[in-house]
Design a binder for this molecule. Sequence first.
Ligand SMILES: *[C@@H]1O[C@H](CO)[C@@H](O)[C@H](O)[C@H]1NC(C)=O
Ligand SMILES: *[C@@H]1O[C@H](CO)[C@@H](O)[C@H](O)[C@H]1NC(C)=O
Ligand SMILES: *[C@@H]1O[C@H](CO)[C@@H](O)[C@H](O)[C@H]1NC(C)=O
Ligand SMILES: *[C@@H]1O[C@H](CO)[C@@H](O)[C@H](O)[C@H]1NC(C)=O
Ligand SMILES: *[C@@H]1O[C@H](CO)[C@@H](O)[C@H](O)[C@H]1NC(C)=O
Ligand SMILES: *[C@@H]1O[C@H](CO)[C@@H](O)[C@H](O)[C@H]1NC(C)=O
Ligand SMILES: *[C@@H]1O[C@H](CO)[C@@H](O)[C@H](O)[C@H]1NC(C)=O
Ligand SMILES: *[C@@H]1O[C@H](CO)[C@@H](O)[C@H](O)[C@H]1NC(C)=O
Ligand SMILES: *[C@H]1O[C@@H](CO)[C@H](O)[C@@H](O)[C@@H]1NC(C)=O
Ligand SMILES: CC(=O)N[C@H]1CO[C@H](CO)[C@@H](O)[C@@H]1O
Length: 689
Amino acid sequence: MSAIKADRKLEDHLPSDHTMYASSVSLLYSILIFSIYFPSLATEFLFNGFKEAANLSLHDSALITSNGALQLTNDSESQIGHAFFPDQVLMLHNQSALPTALSFSTTFVFDIITVNGTGGNGLAFVIAPSEALPGAQAGQFLGLFGDKNNGNSSNHLFAIEFDTVKAIGPFMDPDDNHVGVDINNLQSNVSKPAAYYRDDHKTVIVDLLSGQPIQAWVDYNGATNILNVTIAPLQIPKPGHPLISHTIDLSPIFKEYMYVGFSASTGRLTSYHYILGWSFSTNGVAPSLDPIKLPLPTIKRETSPTSKADILKTALISSIVTIILVVLVICVFRYIRKEAMLSEKLEDWELDYPQRFPYKELFKATKGFKEMELLGSGGFGQVYRGILRRSGEQVAIKKISSNSKQGVREFIAEISSLGKMRHRNVVQLQGWCKRNEVLLLVYEFMPNGSLDTFLFDEKKSRELNWNQRYKILKDIAFGILYLHEEWEQVVIHRDIKSNNVLLDADMNGRLGDFGLARLYEHGKNPHSTLVVGTLGYIAPELSYACKATTSSDVFAYGILLFEVACGRRPIEPSASSRELVLKDWVRECHMRENLLEVVDPRLHGCYVKEEMELVLKLGLLCSQSIPEVRPTMREVTQYLNGNDSLRDDIALVFSKNDSLDLNFQLMYTSSYGGTSSGSSVPGREMLKS
Ligand SMILES: *[C@@H]1O[C@H](CO)[C@@H](O)[C@H](O)[C@H]1NC(C)=O
Ligand SMILES: *[C@@H]1O[C@H](CO)[C@@H](O)[C@H](O)[C@H]1NC(C)=O
Ligand SMILES: *[C@@H]1O[C@H](CO)[C@@H](O)[C@H](O)[C@H]1NC(C)=O
Ligand SMILES: *[C@@H]1O[C@H](CO)[C@@H](O)[C@H](O)[C@H]1NC(C)=O
Ligand SMILES: *[C@@H]1O[C@H](CO)[C@@H](O)[C@H](O)[C@H]1NC(C)=O
Ligand SMILES: *[C@@H]1O[C@H](CO)[C@@H](O)[C@H](O)[C@H]1NC(C)=O
Ligand SMILES: *[C@@H]1O[C@H](CO)[C@@H](O)[C@H](O)[C@H]1NC(C)=O
Ligand SMILES: *[C@@H]1O[C@H](CO)[C@@H](O)[C@H](O)[C@H]1NC(C)=O
Ligand SMILES: *[C@H]1O[C@@H](CO)[C@H](O)[C@@H](O)[C@@H]1NC(C)=O
Ligand SMILES: CC(=O)N[C@H]1CO[C@H](CO)[C@@H](O)[C@@H]1O
């Protein structure tokens, strides 16, 4: 791995008579003689690692590691390590009257590795008169001097220091990462922050404690007295411009023969100091080192921060990693929580009804039942707009909080059979979902909302002309007829009112929420007298018969007819007592033969008189107190379609004594008490009092 080429050549300018010895034997003899009397006239050696044959003189803590690196110190405190080329090197031409220092050139690769804490104290290339450096101290003295002899010119010591600690005291170190030229004194004659110059003369800082191998070149020209010091990371070729170029005459410093080598020390701060390769020449440029052959330091730098830049970098990286981790954990946590929230425990029977939607799908469709998607809320719960992911279809999702568990199962059974209904005047139920106490019903989306917003809108921004109103009434009549007679089983709506009349994009009337009132019926105590529906639409017989029939739907439809014709609610608390209950008011006006007095003023007289009269009379017919005398929905649709043969029937009915309804108001008032489904009805309080 390493190689030695420590050949000591005789210089060319040896005495010329030397060549007169002809025979090879005497030549060899004379070389031997010269070797004895003029040892090391010029020195050149190259060590790519020190494993074999280097034979350095090691002192104190210095050692050669098993793979051939020179370790000057380990990272124990207050260590000193010295290592020297074993032979003396001629450094001064001492024969003439004017002694001159020899030119020399050296290059070496060092590596300072700090395992823990902050590194210290540094290393130095040394040219000294003896291998023993008298009085040398550890720490900031770098093992070169001690406080007794620092600065004494009798030291004859030349050093290039690579200092990693800014010493306190008289040394005037510029910083904790510098290169300096020391002569007899640790106060450098010249020192510069460790760096190299790029070809464009820009300075690049070299961190001595980076743990990376760093190459240094020291070149001295004895004729011009110019000393150049250059450093660069190992992978960078020798920079063209030296870091330090200093004019100094080394002849007073050098003795004739000197020792060349290295010194390093640790103090309170510690590092491993390594030399990985070294070449030296007093005969021109030092031979190049082969980076491939250099040993690696045996101590691996740990990831623990050692320099400020590293601390920053590590802190930055670790904080980024921490942030990413935290975000990840939060995401995972939220995902798990959301999944747990959206997961559902199904009861066995729920699987029997195929129109079931997964809760997750509805949750996503409504963006988590956001306020923004809320279309409205009423007695039965909230309605949200949603977009189903699977089809992109818009739906209305009704969220019903039912605190009665027992009714839900029967209700779903019923609902899923109702889901099979198809009629153009019935809002189609697309499916359902049950989750804990919450029941979700998925309906076709009706873009124009419910009829009551058109009839009672305070802002009067949404208006309906008579043709539209009449059309809607007919649509709803056909819808109810479908429920009552045309589907496979009789379905009683139980809650017909303008709020449950929905309008599609073409303003067709569609009956919604059929059968919903049943849910409450199922859930309640069957023994209690119970009426479900909405106050004002509840047929009087329900208060005692307690059994919803198609006739009670017809009664509610009659009230709906009044609402549409008169443009007001069935019970109007702000109206005079005469007009309080819409049905009674219409009846009274009819008795006074002034039926058209009740017509919605918002129509401004724009309506077909015959149709209006038909609607009002039909309303009277449907809202009779005795269920048996009310028409069927089929008859209602025929009236509305203008079956003239029925006109006479109406006339007949109204010619009769209307005693049927004499005590209606009385019954009505007593029937609401505690029996309504609880939907908010204006005027309820007033009626109570
Ligand atoms: C190393 O030095 C020792 C004594 O200093 C000497 O005996 C030995 O021959 C040297 N070996 C080499 C390879 O120079
Ligand atoms: C460091 O080197 C010194 C001197 O050789 C030795 O006494 C000490 O045990 C070494 N410390 C470690 C941690 O190896
Ligand atoms: C570094 O670690 C060694 C042993 O693990 C310990 O003796 C030494 O004091 C430590 N140095 C610093 C500066 O923490
Ligand atoms: C310098 O060192 C020499 C030899 O060790 C000593 O005699 C002399 O007193 C020292 N000079 C100073 C100023 O310390
Ligand atoms: C020192 O560097 C200068 C350039 O800054 C160069 O001209 C000179 O030759 C160098 N001297 C040695 C001994 O390398
Ligand atoms: C120069 O050489 C002479 C004899 O070899 C020696 O006595 C003297 O100390 C030398 N001077 C230096 C500075 O080495
Ligand atoms: C009119 O009503 C009568 C009696 O209900 C019915 O027989 C007849 O078919 C109806 N005509 C039309 C056109 O609906
Ligand atoms: C209407 O019926 C009531 C009570 O049933 C009766 O007193 C009244 O005379 C009847 N009026 C007519 C016109 O039949
Ligand atoms: C460094 O150079 C030597 C020899 O030239 C001088 O004797 C010293 O005084 C000088 N030291 C400083 C700090 O400049
Ligand atoms: C009167 C009214 O609001 N009609 C609207 C019904 O819905 C469709 C589709 O959204 C709209 O285009 C109509 O303006």
